[in-house]
Write a protein that binds this ligand. Structure first.
Ligand code: UDP
Length: 350
């Protein structure tokens, strides 16, 4: 194969899973920062309409490749076509309950997909990789806020699949000292692009709190189900570190810029938290959403959801030290933008 090898400073960025919720926002931030992007997505949990919307924002035109990260021949074709400046790997599956029921599928898609991708990067000598990891790798943290050196004890196959990928990438980094790899551990990305044109469009009943609240506010759901008010927290409901998806997206741009400018560490897959550093309870989120939108948000207290933990929020200081990133947008801005998207698109991209 006539392969174009090596990373460049200003080649395009490959965003796997780039048609999804977080991917479209990263695409918007990358194009705004002047990057060209190529999206690779198999649309298993997304739609090409999301890429059309992304391309209608006036930020640039993402190239779309429909396909799967397991497809070695396809990756070879993509990487042979241009000298990529880096890869952001988001493609994967992420529903905790589903991962318990279908662990083989989860390990195949998440671990197998990442392995196929990094193997292709090694074949084509593409050095910069940012992997979409999760705060779930920490499990139920012993200490708050959670820093990167906390113990790693994910409690379900989804979390373990993400941790396995981090470990695999560490081994690859050690064996390929020319590579620069970073795993960004997201806390709870929520909100939407301020245009209201792209946002989260979960299939079926949302697992996560924010889309459930937004669908309740717009009338698609009757009431929010609050999973437990007997947690050891001030109001008894679970506490999480919610951060605006555009802050998450800017975190990727900052991390990639850092790698392009010679940052990262030879031999290491650097794990970095992306969080706001603040915890908010379920009832506080419902209140903030009500205040930001003027909508009634009926809710009902139910029992605890299996696998949940009481509270966690990030120590986000490493990201600031390493590549100068902090989450800037407030809970009020998160609710405003999430509502902007949901109210303009009550049925998502359909
Ligand atoms: N939660 C809830 N109702 C829902 C979804 C979530 O009360 O319909 C709670 C959940 O128990 C947790 C918090 O909201 O305390 C955030 O849950 P989410 O699924 O959004 O994110 P997680 O932190 O579990 O990944």
């Amino acid at each position: 194969m006539n392969s174009v090898k090596g990373s460049s400073r200003d080649g395009p960025v490959l965003v796997t899973g780039g048609a999804g919720y977080i991917g479209t926002h990263i695409g918007a931030a990358l194009m705004k920062a002047g990057h060209r992007i190529v999206i690779l997505d198999n649309f298993s949990n997304s739609t090409p309409l999301a890429v059309d919307r992304l391309n209608s924002l006036g930020l640039g035109c993402a190239e779309l490749v429909e396909g799967d990260v397991h497809d070695e021949a396809l990756l070879d074709r993509v990487f042979s076509a241009d000298r990529f400046s880096g890869v952001i790997h988001l493609a994967g599956v992420k529903a905790v309950g589903e991962s318990v029921a279908e662990p083989i599928r989860y390990y195949d898609i998440n671990v197998g997909g990442a392995l196929s991708l990094v193997a292709a990067m090694v074949r084509h000598q593409i050095s910069r990789l940012i992997f979409s990891s999760t705060a779930t790798v920490y499990g139920d943290p012993a200490k708050l806020p959670v820093a990167e050196d906390a113990s790693l004890q994910p409690e379900h196959p989804y979390g373990r699949s993400k941790l396995m990928i981090e470990q695999m990438l560490q081994d690859v980094a050690a064996a390929q000292p020319w590579m620069r790899i970073m795993s960004l551990r997201y806390f709870n990305p929520v909100g939407a692009h301020p245009s209201g044109r792209i946002g989260e469009d979960p299939k079926g009943i949302p697992n996560n709190l924010f889309p459930y609240i937004a669908q309740t506010a717009v009338g698609v759901r009757d009431e929010v189900r609050v999973f437990g008010d007997d947690w050891p927290t001030p109001d008894g409901t679970g506490i999480r570190d919610y951060l605006h998806v555009m802050d998450v997206a800017e975190g990727h741009v900052a991390a990639l810029t850092h790698l392009i400018d010679g940052g990262g560490k030879s031999g290491r897959n650097l794990a970095v938290n992306l969080g706001s550093g603040h915890g908010t309870s379920v009832l506080e989120v419902i209140r903030a959403f009500r205040e930001a939108t003027g909508r009634e948000i009926p809710y009902r207290i139910l029992g605890r959801r299996p696998g949940d933990v009481a509270a966690y929020w990030a120590d986000p200081t490493y990201a600031e030290r390493l590549f100068g990133w902090t989450a800037k947008l407030s809970m009020a801005e998160i609710c405003r933008d999430h509502w902007n998207w949901q109210s303009a698109n009550p049925d998502g991209y359909k």
